[in-house]
Ligand binder design. Structure first.
Ligand code: GDP
Ligand code: MN
Length: 389
């Protein structure tokens, strides 16, 4: 689950990571009141969406008086912000964050992520932080520093110094950086984050390090032990289909192809998607109905994949081990009764009660194409989807 910038900064503040003073506002009036309360003579109005790249898309504006705060907030609120991270549909802006403006001496990039190859948490940092970090990563990868953290030893002070020196920090800044890095590491572990990113971490005119932006991703599977964070969820920023899937405890990810997949088991679902691609098609989703699927859950899943307008064919690939194939079939039929379906359905069913399932499906009103194996299923689905463009 993603957090908004203002929520992430609230967490940062709890860990004594320096952030500018700020207030959330849901209207232009509230934004002006926030600026007034903050005081000073420079403010930043920032659109709160679950995406970066706001600066380049007009979602971050400096304001030198209340009128400018008002007009920036008014322009952002209620709009849809499209950045290079949102996709063409963009994300709705329901809140802005009004902050005391900072004087920027330097912009540093700093993040803590799981390095899957090393199996360790890793700090990634660059002295060339700011809005063009993606270009730095692509064209000047040598400017990116990486430090892996041994899980038993934890983040060592020498590693913090290594990063700080690599970033060109000097004197007191090195110690400041160390405190920030240690706090980030603690936050990451204690809050079950999967990503913590500060871009930019700035050096102010007074030589202080301040987190000017904040991005935190919390591991969904750990949310049950962070009720406070779970309450911060903002459904308006999430994919509607994925949200629906989560309500039914389905593992679902929207993709941009046109062949919907319904599979049991994440590994089999990945393999199914691979085969679709191999045979020239594109999957419309990843969907694992799970080993403990009920008829109701299967019905919900089937309705979900049907609600995607881009879908041209459906591939059902079930290997009945724990799950019974006939129960899957019942779920599909129940869903079809409710919503109807006029798309070709390719079915590959093997395992427990597969013959009974095939009979049930054959007796339904679905335009079923039976497949003998995975390759056969993928080829047929690709062909049928292609025929319906
Ligand atoms: P992002 O584009 O979504 O990553 O949003 P950021 O919060 O990173 O802001 C984008 C850029 O706006 C930053 O890289 C800064 O250059 C600029 N910016 C943000 N806050 C301030 C501020 O307080 N003062 C100044 N001078 N620039 C700011
Ligand atoms: Mn940023």
């Amino acid at each position: 689950m993603n957090l908004h910038e203002y929520q992430s900064k609230q967490l940062f503040a709890r860990y004594a990571i320096p952030v500018p003073q700020g207030k959330v506002a849901a209207s232009a009036d509230e934004a002006v009141a926030a600026a007034r309360e903050l005081g000073g003579s420079l403010w930043v109005v920032k659109a709160q969406v679950h995406a970066g790249g706001r600066g380049k898309a007009g979602g971050v504006k400096l304001a030198r008086d209340f009128d400018a705060v008002r007009s920036s907030a008014a322009a952002m609120l209620g709009s849809t912000l499209v950045t290079h991270q949102t996709g063409p549909a963009g994300l709705p802006v329901h809140q802005v964050y009004v902050e005391t403006g900072s004087k920027i001496e330097r912009e540093i990039y700093l993040s803590l992520v799981l390095n899957r190859e090393a199996g360790r948490l890793a700090f990634v940092a660059s002295a060339a932080g700011g809005m063009d970090i993606e270009e730095v990563a692509e064209h000047a990868p040598e400017k990116i520093l990486r430090v892996n953290i041994h899980p038993a030893a934890g983040l060592q002070d020498y590693q913090c110094r290594q990063l700080a020196f690599g970033l060109g920090l000097k004197g007191e800044q090195v110690a400041q950086f160390g405190r920030i890095a240690q706090a980030l590491y603690r936050l990451y572990l204690e809050q079950d984050a999967s990503l913590v990113e500060i871009n930019p971490l700035i050096l102010t005119g007074e030589g202080r390090l301040v987190a000017l932006d904040a991005k935190i991703n919390i591991e969904d599977n750990a949310l049950f032990r962070h009720k406070d964070l779970a309450a911060w969820r903002d459904p308006t920023q999430e994919d509607a289909m994925e949200r629906k899937a989560a309500e039914h405890e389905l593992n679902y990810v929207s993709l941009d192809g046109n062949i919907a997949c319904m599979v049991n088991g994440a590994g089999l679902a990945m393999a199914t998607m691979d085969l679709i691609q191999l045979h020239g098609g594109k999957p419309a989703n990843f969907l694992d109905v799970g080993g403990g699927a009920t008829k109701e859950r299967v019905a919900a899943a089937f309705k979900l994949i049907l609600s995607n307008r881009d879908v041209r064919a459906i591939l059902i690939n079930i290997f009945g081990g724990i799950v019974r194939c006939d129960m899957i079939a019942e779920g599909i039929i129940a869903a079809v009764k409710e919503v109807g379906v006029n798309l070709p359905v390719v079915v590959r069913l093997e395992g427990t009660n597969a013959p009974a399932a095939r009979e049930l499906l054959a007796a339904s009103r679905l335009a079923i194409t039976a497949a003998t194996d995975l390759t056969d299923a993928a080829t047929k689905a690709v062909k049928l989807a292609g025929a319906r463009k």
